[in-house]
Design a binder for this molecule. Structure first.
Ligand code: GLU
Length: 473
């Protein structure tokens, strides 16, 4: 089953990292006992519940796995998909622990899933199913502002998070922090500006950070700079769409391929991502869009500079890894490259910016949202006007001392106090830049880290181990 292979893949990445850590820090080895404790999921709950719909009782199966509670709450999305299974949820929960540790988000790792094809149900039916699932989770504290905080994932979004938050509030009307029980909520319902774009935005910042390290770029054989790079995006869901949109409109990259369920859009001059997204929304697929070709997953092997798998796990396996032509892959999805494929690609010199770093933008902004919910104040609300006044005075001073007008555009940028979205983006960019610097250092300094994934895992595992050790475990 794909879920088992995925879990094995994550465990093999983990074990590689432990081996490399132990080779690097011979005097401070991570014992096998603690390594095993960190690797395995702490608990996985399976809930089965009935919902009466269409005149009959339907039984649904859902999961919530908690991987590591070295920090609480534990954090991770809930996916709605027909092939959700326990091993997959456990693999994704483990990835959440490593992701949070790597980008210094003080949460443990968790993940949830519900076996359902959301396209088979109406909005009203989905709402009833989601609310019932929330009740099951709430009964076991598997949704809780200080213990376990879900978020969107494949097949879920703002709408489902709003239902979950509302249901939790109904069950706990006196709980002051009830809104903080899930993140990824709509802005009008306790959400934060920039959460929806966050994972795609994080992919953009990750690529910028990579291209800011010439030594790393040289390993791909690519020329410096993102401008003009040809990008192949697999999946134009929330993550793929935002990554492709920002890379094409802000960084000058050309999105030359977009792979979707019903084919691929190819345009060597760069696809208009907004227009393509509208087409998908209206027609349910890419068929009929200029440049559409009927294709399957072989388009992952198309000739481009950067490949962004942005949909599901295990799309690059030992079968297609030998044919991948892009020298750089950035994993916007969780686990798109199997451990076997990873070894083949590394052998071939392909550089992979790994999921635990590349798609950590989502959970980073979830962290900001959770803080906003606890503090009950929008970021920037207290400082914005004061900052504008201070910078305004500074500009006036410079103008009166020099007798020259301050350039309008610069004055506007200096005086405009940060709105919530500005602050969220700046916090996210800072997180992505700092984390990349740390991983790149390990990759380039430690003889033992053969690639970025191992380097990232080494940083994450070391931090989790230290956290357990300081607890005396
Ligand atoms: N589902 C997202 C992920 O895989 C976001 C998790 C969160 O925000 O808690 O990282």
């Amino acid at each position: 089953m794909a879920g088992d292979e995925f879990l094995k893949s994550i465990e093999s990445n983990f074990q590689n990292a432990v081996r490399c850590l132990n080779a690097t820090y011979e005097d401070d080895r991570l014992g096998e006992d603690l390594a095993t404790k960190i690797m395995v999921a702490n608990s996985t709950y399976v809930v089965r519940f009935g919902v009466r719909l269409r005149g009959q009782l339907f039984t649904f199966t859902g999961y919530r796995s908690v991987h590591s509670e070295h920090f609480e709450p534990v954090k991770g999305g809930i996916r709605f998909a027909p092939d959700v299974n326990q091993a997959e949820v456990e693999a994704l929960a483990a990835l959440m622990s490593y992701k949070c540790a790597l980008v210094e988000v003080p949460f443990g790792g968790a993940k949830g899933g519900l076996i359902i094809d959301p396209r088979e149900w109406s909005e009203m039916e989905l709402e009833r199913i989601t609310r019932r699932f929330t009740q099951e989770l709430a009964k076991r504290d598997l949704i809780h502002p200080s213990q376990n905080v879900p978020a969107p994932d494949v097949g879920t979004g703002e709408r489902e998070m709003a239902w979950m938050a509302d249901e939790y509030r109904r069950l706990h009307p006196a709980e002051l922090n009830a809104w903080a029980c899930v993140t990824g909520k709509p802005v009008g319902k306790g959400g934060i500006s920039g959460r929806t774009e966050a994972t795609g935005r994080g992919v953009e910042y990750a690529l910028r950070a990579f291209f800011d390290h010439p030594r790393d770029v040289a390993k791909t054989g690519l020329t410096p700079g993102l401008k003009g790079k040809r990008v192949n995006v697999q999946g134009l869901g929330n993550v793929g769409y935002h990554a492709a949109l920002f890379l094409s409109t802000e960084d000058g990259a050309l999105i030359t391929h977009v792979l979707e369920r019903d084919g691929t859009v190819v345009d060597e001059t760069g696809i208009d991502i907004r227009a393509l997204r509208s087409h998908i929304m209206e027609n349910g697929g890419v068929t009929g869009f200029p440049g559409h070709v009927a294709s399957g997953m072989e388009m992952l092997e198309a000739d481009a500079d950067i490949l962004i798998p942005a949909a599901m796990e295990l799309v690059i396996t030992a079968d297609n890894a030998p044919n991948i032509k892009t020298p750089l892959i950035i994993e916007a999805a969780n686990g798109p490259v199997s451990a076997e494929a990873d070894a083949i690609l590394r052998e071939r010199g392909v550089v992979i910016i790994p999921d635990l770093y590349a798609n950590a933008g989502g959970v980073t902004v979830s962290y900001f949202e959770w803080i906003k919910n606890l503090s009950r104040i929008r970021f920037g609300r207290m400082q914005r006007r004061a900052e504008e006044t201070r910078f305004g005075a500074l500009i006036e001073g410079i103008e009166s001392m020099t007798g020259k007008p301050f350039p309008d555009e610069l004055a506007r940028r200096a005086v405009d106090g940060g709105t919530e979205i500005d602050l969220v983006r700046s916090g996210l960019e800072d997180t992505m830049r700092n984390s990349y610097r740390v991983i790149s250092d390990v990759w380039n300094r430690e003889e033992a880290a053969p690639d970025l994934r191992t380097a990232a895992m080494m940083v994450a595992v070391q931090r989790i181990a230290q956290s357990y050790q300081s607890l005396g475990i």
